[in-house]
Write a protein that binds this ligand. Structure first.
Ligand SMILES: Nc1ncnc2c1ncn2[C@@H]1O[C@H](COP(=O)(O)OP(=O)(O)O)[C@@H](O)[C@H]1O
Ligand SMILES: [Mg+2]
Length: 494
């Protein structure tokens, strides 16, 4: 990510040196804070410009998304720098994704080309120059990684110095706040649901027990990409014909310490709160979630500050309720639909849950006994669920897909056309039974141009080179390696 101030030269002419310096300092501090918030790394301050890396020194599975979120936060923070002599300080941001070699012992590639090393930062810097005031522009490489998570606007192809012409780029408009990360990032062209019959049958069985009035807690664990979300979505699709209610609580990697984050987002969606509406309108919408005016008024007092329902928060206002009261209210609100219909509460990615939501779920679980509720919670293996249930309670650890299932998944992704045996063998071996890896590897082979599409098969003209790691998986692999620090060096040597 490259971020620079718009028109800093006239600024320098208008302001005295000290004011200018303190303004730039504040701006750079602000940028550094936003970058740090998403675990990025400020590589360099270049004049008023800032170059930041996401994915180095610590990789995450979602570094591209982190970069874009940080950029949006930087832009949102710019107005606080505005008040100096009526001048409006603005920035421009460019983001590109790719592999960068970091370090002092930079080796030149076999063909002698040096540009590879700096291509991505350079592209980000050039894109930044084309951005509108307080605008964020992303390269195609970044767009493929974040397309469904943000609203993006296509801009005219660019000619960039040192890069080329006809360069595609997009402007980031806003983050989308979806009820489900799975749905937001899912490729609609993905394969049929394959090879999880036993798991699906188990969840459906627990649903039918819950629907009959014996509340159930179901904990589904598995590594990223194994298919937890897909299993839940498939289960919900299967019960779509039954009258029932659904609540989704999506935990977020960016809000692990933000109290009740998934619950507040759910309430906003349930009440249809619109971001730009006035507090009065938001209050009106919110009140409709409650059966009585009295209840609604109390809830507005308790949750008003967190949901932007109050016109002004009086400075000397005493806390308007205890945490217990808030939790009890939310617990009642969550469970309320079960009075009408069987209810499925899906809590996704509990490894990112905040402590308060965790407490709320504990409270909910205590009350689950004779409710028509299935509380279905997904999480990664490193998270130890703190919940004990006095009632019926199932744990399922998902396993790798079998080779047979992987093979049939590959076949499906190849649009039913037969792939050369060698290709299938390599994908199965490399993906290690993780459906996400099967999907991404297969897609990248099909898009690589190594294969020619024939009537009912894919042909391979030359011997298959070792499959490279597709860019969509690069972050995940790096994050996995970083978690296993001791093997990283070995992997690099290979
Ligand atoms: N049983 C399956 N059959 C076909 N595709 C699957 C299956 N399980 C997972 N996938 C695909 O693999 C990818 C990762 O699955 P996902 O449910 O997002 O994993 P998790 O939630 O465990 O991280 C998704 O694109 C999903 O559609
Ligand atoms: Mg998931």
């Amino acid at each position: 990510m490259f971020c620079d101030i718009v028109d800093s030269t006239p600024l320098a002419a208008t302001l005295d040196l000290e004011t200018l310096q303190s303004l730039i300092d504040t701006y750079q501090q602000q940028v550094a804070d936003c970058v740090a918030r998403y675990d990025g790394f400020v590589a360099k301050f270049m004049g008023d410009g800032v170059l930041a890396y996401f994915g180095y020194p610590q990789a995450h599975e979602d570094d591209a998304e982190r970069a874009v979120r940080a950029a949006l936060d930087i832009v949102a923070a710019m107005p606080t720098l505005r008040h100096v002599d009526g001048l409006e300080l603005a920035c421009r941001i460019g983001i590109a994704s790719g592999v960068v070699v970091v370090g002092d012992s930079i080796t030149v590639g076999a063909a002698g080309e040096k540009s590879v090393l700096g291509e991505t930062p350079n592209l980000a810097a050039r894109l930044q120059e084309t951005a509108p005031r307080n605008g964020v522009i992303v390269a195609a490489s970044t767009r493929t990684l974040v397309a469904n998570l943000f609203d993006l606007k296509t801009i005219d192809p660019l000619t960039l110095k040192g890069v080329g012409s006809g360069i595609m780029a997009w402007q980031v408009i806003a983050a989308r706040d979806d009820a489900s990360r799975f749905r937001a990032t899912r490729d609609p062209s993905s394969a049929e649901f394959i090879g999880r019959d036993a798991e699906l049958a188990l969840v459906l069985d627990r649903w039918s027990v819950a629907a009959a009035g014996e509340g159930q807690l179901f904990l589904l664990s598995g590594e990223p990409g194994l298919g937890k979300s897909r299993l839940c979505e498939t289960m919900l699709a299967q019960i779509a014909t039954e009258t029932h209610a659904e609540i989704r609580l999506q935990c977020s990697p960016y809000h692990v310490n933000s109290p009740l984050y998934p619950v507040l987002r759910h309430l906003e969606r349930a009440a249809g709160l619109v971001h730009d509406d006035t507090p009065a309108i938001r209050r009106g919408d919110f009140a409709r979630l409650f059966a009585s005016d009295e209840e609604a008024e109390r809830a507005i007092l308790l949750l008003g500050p967190a949901l932007g329902l109050l016109d002004a928060v009086p400075a000397d206002a005493a806390p308007s309720g205890s945490k217990t009261e808030v939790l009890v209210l939310l617990q009642r609100l969550l469970i309320a639909p079960a009075a009408e219909h069987p209810l499925c509460i899906l809590v996704e990615d509990a490894h990112w849950i905040d402590p308060t939501t965790q407490e709320l779920l504990s409270l909910l679980i205590e009350r689950l006994g004779n409710q028509r509720v299935l509380l279905l919670i997904t999480h990664r293996p490193e998270f130890t669920p703190p919940w004990r249930s006095p009632i019926h309670h199932t744990r399922l650890a998902m396993n790798r897909l079998s080779t047979r299932a992987c093979t049939s998944l590959i076949g499906d992704l190849a649009r039913g056309k037969r792939l050369p045996e060698e290709v299938v063998r390599q994908i199965v071996a490399k993906s290690d039974g993780v459906p996400l890896f099967v999907e991404e590897l297969t897609k990248s082979v099909l898009e690589s141009g190594l294969l020619t599409e024939e009537h009912d098969s894919w042909g391979l003209d030359e011997p298959l080179p070792l499959l490279a790691i597709p860019s969509s998986l690069h972050d995940s692999f790096m994050a996995r390696l970083d978690r296993m620090a001791s093997v990283k060096e070995v992997a690099q040597v290979r």
